[in-house]
Design a protein. Structure first.
Length: 306
């Protein structure tokens, strides 16, 4: 059964890489090449003599052309990023996971990130046998593409391999439903949804001022929208409040101690791939909290915050 799941991970990675290639493909159309030839136009227009009444139009046109030039130059700026991404995909398909990881990391270090990139990097770490870093990058991918079915299946399988003796606290049904629904949204998605709901509420209020026939539905509709708005606000707050406070154990195991000292008494043991919550930092130590609310101090080198 484990071998079957591992095959599924490799198969999903291959399909996702092909999709990522299509997403990352640069458009080398004639339009962009033509725009590149207009580099001199803004300067020429700026210094060209013209009547005072046309100055505002001239500045606006210069700004438009400048934006067009930036758009035209984007493929050139990201040429190295795309070549490294394609190279990493090639290394992965050839089974050269160390080189694939190095190439993916180079893309990330250049300032570019995407859900597919983290997904491919996670699959590379998984194939290499580094469960902690694989789950770490699956988590990062989940923040960007939470609805991806391949990502979910690989992530759940990777979590099933964690050596954990923690008894998870019981969660009430409404909390499970809440997390299941809003786990499908990114932070940006929640913020956009809140803006849309707020706009709809304002439009309904305005419409009822001019269309008397819909006033009888106003209270019911507005109450429902306000409840939805509150739920989305709670979800957004919870997601934002844990940004930079979650971490994954990246070593095979590490001991959590009562105090931030090497000689302190061990409280409990954490294993590779486990998720913990960061409470505070002190020198080379990090105070963390498990899902069962037990807290202890671990070396910062044994985990990675995301």
């Amino acid at each position: 059964m484990k071998s079957h799941s591992a095959k599924r991970i490799g198969h999903s990675a291959k399909r996702k890489e092909q999709r990522a290639k299509r997403i990352g493909h640069s458009d080398k159309s004639f339009l962009r090449h033509a725009l590149c030839t207009m580099l001199f136009v803004p300067c020429a227009m700026h210094y060209a003599p013209c009547p005072m009444r046309f100055k505002a139009m001239r500045y606006a046109l210069c700004a438009m052309l400048f934006c067009a030039m930036l758009y035209a130059l984007c493929p050139m700026l990201y040429a190295d990023v795309q070549s490294n991404f394609y190279l990493a995909n090639t290394y992965y398909s050839e089974g050269k996971y160390d080189k694939a990881i190095e190439a993916y990391e180079e893309v990330l270090n250049s300032g570019f990130e995407s859900g597919n990139l983290y997904y491919n990097l996670a699959n590379s770490y998984f194939k290499k046998g580094e469960l902690g870093r694989a789950i770490l990058n699956y988590e990062k991918a989940m923040r960007l593409i939470p609805r991806d079915s391949d990502l979910k299946s690989n992530y759940e399988y990777a979590k099933s391999l964690i050596k954990s003796g923690i008894s998870e606290p019981k969660t009430r049904w409404y909390r499970i439903a809440f997390e299941r629904v809003f786990s499908l949204f990114t932070i940006d998605g929640l913020a956009f949804s809140l803006a849309v709901i707020f706009t709809i509420i304002l439009l309904i209020i305005l419409l009822t001022m001019y269309i008397p026939s819909i006033r009888k539905y106003r209270i019911g509709v507005v109450v429902v929208l306000v409840i939805i708005f509150i739920l989305f606000s709670i979800a957004l707050y919870e997601k934002v409040s844990i940004v930079g406070k979650e971490a994954i154990i990246i070593t095979q195991k590490t001991d959590a101690k009562f105090e931030p000292f090497d000689t302190a008494t061990t409280y409990f043991t954490l294993y590779e791939g486990m998720k913990v919550y960061v409470v505070s930092l002190k020198d080379s130590w990090c105070k963390i909290e498990r899902s069962d609310k037990k807290a202890g101090w671990v070396k910062t080198s044994d985990l990675e915050i995301f």
